[in-house]
Design a protein around this ligand. Structure first.
Ligand code: PLP
Length: 287
């Protein structure tokens, strides 16, 4: 059975699904998105993603296209029709279709809603987590509102491609003070040379990752101290451990930064433990 996409009220064959050429997401990146990890056909961290979606929409003054309850039905129905149990659910909401003009169109224009589901090979991703991944660093060149999850991802695309060309999996953006902001599609964490678990605070122009928030809750329950302090590339290269978090990566050990091994050059024990904790919690909270 082929893949199915939801587009503005219809479930369509993935290959035939499309939005209009004057969709504002297509022309202006005037759109937001969310990604849920899917475990056993259920959406992980539902509250965090719905809450952030509503915040992103409200920051861009796009009306929510439907209630959370209705959206849940659409997401779950798209999952069901795709017959995918382990994967990722992608939702995009744009300001809608209107003649090209930078300023907002009439408020009567309905947002465009697209949902797709893709399969994840959990055995392959677990094997990758056991090996760990490399990251590279790139100068921060994104806009000042990275706290909004918009589809304006061109700097992230270029950074990710640079990572791929250098045999790495993720790129960490580095601000003008030499401090890591976040990854192109993940949040960045280290256990520094003093043994302190650190991730940048989420006020400072990074995406407040839902995986990050859930992991912080887990740390609280496990009595593990966290310092929400930015760290430099030098501190990261001298760290005992490093890892990234996101709906796609979950908690993924980082073993090299710009080719320099982190710690022993193997996935660290804390990163591996936190991955197990996170997956357990994500499965428990899934709907
Ligand atoms: N930072 C960026 C730039 C991202 O694109 C993502 C996820 O796509 C994250 C962080 C992690 O967010 P989450 O844990 O909600 O997936």
């Amino acid at each position: 059975m082929g893949r199915i996409a939801y587009v503005n009220g219809q479930y369509l064959a993935h290959g035939a699904a499309s939005v209009h050429i004057e969709d504002r997401g297509y022309q202006f990146a005037d759109a937001v998105y969310e990604v849920w990890a899917l475990f056993d056909g259920r959406l992980a961290d539902p509250d965090g993603h719905f809450t952030r979606l509503n915040r992103s929409l409200s920051e861009l003054k796009i009306d929510p296209p439907m209630s959370r309850e209705a959206l849940t039905v659409v997401l779950k129905e798209t999952v069901r029709r795709n017959r995918i149990r382990e994967g990722l659910v992608y939702l995009q909401v744009s300001r809608g279709v209107a003649p090209r003009d930078h300023a907002f169109p009439s408020p009567d224009i309905a947002p465009s809603v697209v949902v797709t589901v893709s399969r994840v090979d959990r055995a392959a991703t677990e094997a990758r987590a056991l090996r760990g991944v490399g990251v590279i660093t790139q100068p921060e060149n994104r806009w000042g509102r990275c706290d909004i999850k918009t589809v304006g991802l061109l700097p992230n695309v270029l950074a990710k491609q640079a990572a791929r060309e250098r045999g790495a999996v993720e790129a960490w953006f580095v601000d003008e003070m030499g401090l890591v902001t976040e990854g192109a599609s993940s949040n960045a964490w280290i256990i520094d040379a003093n043994g302190t678990l650190r991730t940048r605070d989420a006020q400072s122009n990074i995406l407040r990752g839902v995986t990050r928030t859930t992991l912080i809750e887990i740390l609280g329950l496990e009595g593990i101290t966290l310092s929400e302090q930015p760290f430099s590339v030098e501190e990261a290269k001298a760290a005992k451990e490093a890892f990234i978090t996101g709906a796609g990566s979950l908690v993924l050990p980082v073993v090299t930064i710009d080719g320099t091994p982190v710690g022993t050059g193997e996935p660290g024990p804390m990163a591996s433990l936190l991955r197990r904790h996170y997956i357990k919690q994500a499965k428990a909270s899934s709907i």
